[in-house]
Design a protein around this ligand. Sequence first.
Ligand SMILES: NC(=O)c1ccc[n+]([C@@H]2O[C@H](COP(=O)([O-])OP(=O)(O)OC[C@H]3O[C@@H](n4cnc5c(N)ncnc54)[C@H](OP(=O)(O)O)[C@@H]3O)[C@@H](O)[C@H]2O)c1
Length: 472
Amino acid sequence: MNTKPQRLLLFFCLLAGSYTAQAKADAACTAALPETMRAARIQAAGGPEALRVERVPLPAVGAGDVLVRVRYASVNPVDWKLQESGRLNFPATPGGDFAGEVVGLGAGVSGVACGDLVAGVVDQRARSGSYAEYVAVPATEIVPKPAAFTLQEAAAYPTVSIAAWRYMVLAAGLKAGERVLIHGGAGGVGTVAVQIAKARGAYVITTASARNHDYVRSLGADEAIDYRSTRFEDVVKNVDVVIDTIGGDTLARSGQVLRDGGRLVSMTARIPEAMCADGRIVCPATPPWDVRQGLEGVAPLIAAGKLQINIDGIYTLDNIAAAQQHNRSGSTRGKVVVDMSSGADAAAGEGVAAARVPLQAYLDGHATGQARHFRRAFAADALLVGHKDGKYRQWPASEYIAQSASGQPPRDEARRQRRIRSITVTGDVATAVLELDYPDMKAIDHMSVLKYGDEWRIAVKAYDAHTPEAPQ
Ligand SMILES: NC(=O)c1ccc[n+]([C@@H]2O[C@H](COP(=O)([O-])OP(=O)(O)OC[C@H]3O[C@@H](n4cnc5c(N)ncnc54)[C@H](OP(=O)(O)O)[C@@H]3O)[C@@H](O)[C@H]2O)c1
């Protein structure tokens, strides 16, 4: 941009861009908000079964706050632990993690515009939590939605990323070339910790049940130990760092595997004084919880494609109890997500939530043009069969993915609509009906979704698609 005409062009482009952004922001901010919202509520200390979806007023937006329309929330163990132990301000709406759209700004907020897509964590002890259609949260506790993530992924990553960054990077100071043992590598925090450790150049050893060994290796683990059949201290020695996400006996036995001067951190409990007292190992202090610091810490890894989030189940708000039960089982692979936009599923439970994952990935493939979503959606040998404009075709999903994954979102994405109309699960088979409504194509997809081992994938897509007639 050296010549005057080029500089002028740039100026006008920027001006036009800022007007467009401003117009979008004003449109979103001036849009009428409802007086009430749907939220999961709990009256007193209790488990998932005590949650009820109710209509309540929207949370108040104070100075320095933003109001976010929540598109997805995610479940963390801290949610049900606070709820069950009575450490919420009852009656309460639990939930911390969320991703959605900014729809209101409190006094004094700058650097955030209405219409922005953001992710963050709301302090569920002090405020109305994220298992709701709206949250009000300090502007300091949100970040822009990472461009490489879908909204579900953006809702899934905050708490686990902040925790992994805080304990493993800030407290333990894990460095390139060090050997780290991460307990619970397949869980929410473990999934992120393994990838961060790998990206920092560490040698990563992790514990997980055998069914999750391929999974943790796919995240970058160099060694996986089946904690159900092997005592980790029998096979691991002289590591530089241990990251504990399990607690109890696992934490108690962890000192044995550290080299002299090795560092031990635990996310689950205060480390017993005796373990660190003789000075053989170091138990570093943990810096305070800081949403921005943690999420900005992992941002470059996300942008570089080095940090991915596995979604293990997607539940509707009406099935919030099943979502918490799923996480409470202690065997979540990655994260459990709550979709605020969909109505109730015909049936609750893990089958429906797991079958929803590839269906949502299929819709995400359409929305983003990214092949990784389509690959997550379809079985390797999946088949498409159907009519487009009355012409019959039968073809492999691999061909469909190659054709559909342009790498870019469609230019008219804002005018495209997609939804999952229904899901029914019978044993290890699910059938679902999806609807795609685009300016240049209308389609109904009947999906047969199968459980392959631990994961659900679309096995057959039978479709009926047509090109609408152009308006006269
Ligand atoms: N202090 C903080 O800031 C902070 C922040 C976040 C989380 N946390 C805490 O950290 C802990 C982990 O959180 P999370 O979100 O990762 O939980 P999570 O997703 O529910 O963890 C589930 C995982 O734990 C694994 N697991 C269960 N027992 C195990 C064992 N004995 N050894 C190894 N792995 C085992 C399971 O693997 P298999 O299915 O293979 O058995 C499963 O993948 C929770 O206690 C949570 O409250 C603390």
